[in-house]
Design a protein around this ligand. Structure first.
Ligand SMILES: *Cc1c(COP(=O)(O)O)cnc(C)c1O
Length: 352
């Protein structure tokens, strides 16, 4: 078969393992351990008895109105809804980066960006973080081929955050758009939405998969100035969000009190995880997300990962060439984290 050469040459992206439900304590893909707000389940029930024979609203108007309200944006024309923020990222790369052109991402960060560049037949360039997860000035340098810069903020796997004033300075020094991927921002104290109003080149992506507990539903969105949204909307599938996900996401974004409660609970669990892991000999990076990145003094991360897996606990082992490896552990319920910490203690004890 004659596939496009970009496709034939690229390696596929491998998402985190999704084992059958019930088998593992699942702390590997940063999902919410708690079910979504009760209003979400009611909205899904109501949508399921609605007119499913009809196509959904192509631009998810109900969601965009509710989101503009919840996030204090000027109006729905500042929002583009997508089938997960991964679809939004696809739209952004298709919209800005042509074949032979280039996007930039920090390293280590979200590997999917590289896959999106590969599909386009575009190049990617990684700028390593310096001094414990700070961005060097080079991250804001422009060149003729550079068409898009992507920054997960908070970052994965580190959970660290680049403060909004530094993000603003990077955006000002670039000649291409800067995407701030705020998948984990509800667990942090700062966000970059204000920068979108100030600078046409700042584009913020959000997801309902993590803080809102809706990874199974698939819904994410872009916040950008209205002329940017109008242009990028040309790229999306006509009906990219289905009637049930639109109803669910609308109810979720309208449940801000529920969100605040869940985030407070998870951040308390996160901080307890961090101190207990430190006590067990891990170097734990201070996290502003719903996971922690930790490295044990023994350096034997893959063995700890395997030990946990044999005992039905799934965390993420990550190795970054020329950089190092470690474990990324999602925040679970307190019971799940107690079980995980107990097993990590045993894993360390078993290392010869
Ligand atoms: C989880 C994640 C996303 C993907 O979110 P979906 O809306 O589920 O597609 C995007 N960016 C980062 C950095 C993530 O960790």
């Amino acid at each position: 078969m004659n596939y496009r050469s970009a496709l034939a040459q690229m390696k596929p992206y491998t998402p985190g393992e999704q084992p059958p439900p019930g088998k593992f304590i699942k702390l590997n893909t940063n999902e919410n351990p708690y079910p979504p707000a009760p209003a979400v389940v009611e909205a899904i029930r109501a949508a399921a008895s609605g007119p499913l024979n009809r196509y959904p609203d192509p631009v998810a108007t109900s969601f965009r109105r509710a989101a503009a309200d919840a996030l204090s944006l000027p109006g729905p024309e500042w929002i583009l809804a997508g089938n997960g923020s991964d679809e939004i990222l696809t739209i952004l790369v298709r919209g800005f980066v042509g074949e032979g052109q280039k996007l930039r991402l920090p390293y280590p960060s979200y590997i999917l960006y590289r896959t999106l560049a590969d599909i386009q037949g575009a190049a990617w360039e990684q700028t390593p973080f310096v001094d414990d997860w700070k961005l060097p000035a080079a991250f804001g340098h422009s060149d003729d081929d550079l068409k898009l810069v992507l920054l997960p903020n908070p970052n994965s796997p580190s959970g660290t955050i680049v403060p909004p004033d530094e993000v603003a300075a990077i955006a000002d020094s670039l000649t291409c758009p800067l995407v701030v991927d705020e998948a984990y921002v509800d667990f942090a104290d700062d966000d970059c939405l204000d920068l979108v109003r100030q600078n046409e080149n700042v584009l913020v992506t959000r997801t309902m998969s993590k803080s809102y507990g809706l990874a199974g539903v698939r819904f994410g969105f872009l916040v950008a100035q209205p002329q940017v949204i109008a242009e990028l909307a040309k790229i999306k599938d006509s009906y990219n969000c289905d009637a049930i996900s639109i109803a669910a996401a609308t109810a979720a974004i309208s449940s801000q009190d529920w969100l605040a409660d869940v985030v407070a609970k998870m951040n308390t669990t996160r901080d307890r995880m961090a101190s207990e892991l430190s006590a067990m000999g891990f170097r734990v990076t201070p996290s502003h997300a719903n996971f922690v990145w930790c490295q044990h003094s023994s350096g034997r991360h893959s063995e700890i990962y395997e030990y946990l897996k044999r005992n039905q606990i799934l965390v993420r082992y990550m190795a970054f060439p020329d950089w190092g490896d470690g474990l990324r552990i999602s925040v679970g319920t307190d019971d799940q984290i107690d079980a995980c910490l107990l097993m990590i203690g045993r894993a360390i004890g078993s290392l010869g």
